[in-house]
Design a protein around this ligand. Structure first.
Ligand SMILES: Cc1cc2nc3c(=O)[nH]c(=O)nc-3n(C[C@H](O)[C@H](O)[C@H](O)COP(=O)(O)O)c2cc1C
Length: 169
């Protein structure tokens, strides 16, 4: 068993969004979202470079990386620190493209846009403290609360669309 527990691997597989932090040459942070996260094995997780020049440039000079992911319904998540290696035009790159072609519909059609793969060797993996649970909520209650919240956000969006003037297209 590697550093990534079963729960961590499930979260990384289910969640379609991670936030990736790298270090810029001037020492300032760079944080950007990635929707192509995949578990590679018990010790490695990856994302693909589709439109991340800043992240990839930073990794070339400093491979240090932290990623985190949060389930917006359960309000639980994990943070992972490690080092990233960039793969371009090799077996790993090709295997990831193959996975994307056969993977979830959220990745459909993106394989042809992949410029390289950032493969992260995870050196520290921790659950995130979630203060929302401090009042004693169960996960089921938490999911219910946040499902209602997001449902309301979506309803408001739909209502606003219905009232919006028709587009010219
Ligand atoms: C929901 C979402 C998912 C994204 N997924 C990816 C991804 O998997 N790979 C990628 O390269 N860019 C992805 N992007 C785009 C980058 O996050 C965006 O271009 C960002 O500005 C890149 O910043 P950077 O160059 O500092 O990394 C995503 C953006 C959003 C909003």
């Amino acid at each position: 068993m590697g550093i990534l527990t079963e729960a961590m691997q499930r979260a990384l597989t289910e969640q379609r969004l991670i936030f990736v932090a790298t270090v810029c040459p001037d020492g300032t942070p760079n944080l950007s979202p990635k929707g192509t996260v995949m578990v590679w094995d018990d010790d490695h997780v990856l994302f693909t470079d589709l439109a991340s020049p800043g992240t990839m440039r930073n990794l070339e000079s400093n491979p240090a990386i932290e990623i985190n992911t949060v389930d917006v319904f359960a309000r639980q998540g994990f943070r992972f620190k490690g080092v990233a290696e960039i793969h371009k035009g090799d077996d790993i790159h090709e295997a990831v493209l193959e996975r994307m072609r056969n993977g979830p519909s959220t990745l459909n059609g993106l394989d042809s846009r992949v410029r390289s793969v950032a493969l992260i060797r995870v050196e520290q993996a921790l659950p995130l403290v979630s203060p929302g649970y401090w009042g004693g909520a169960t996960e089921a209650q938490m999911r219910q609360t946040w499902q209602e919240y997001w449902s309301g956000v979506n309803s408001t969006w739909s209502e606003n669309q219905a009232g919006a003037p028709a587009s010219n297209s």
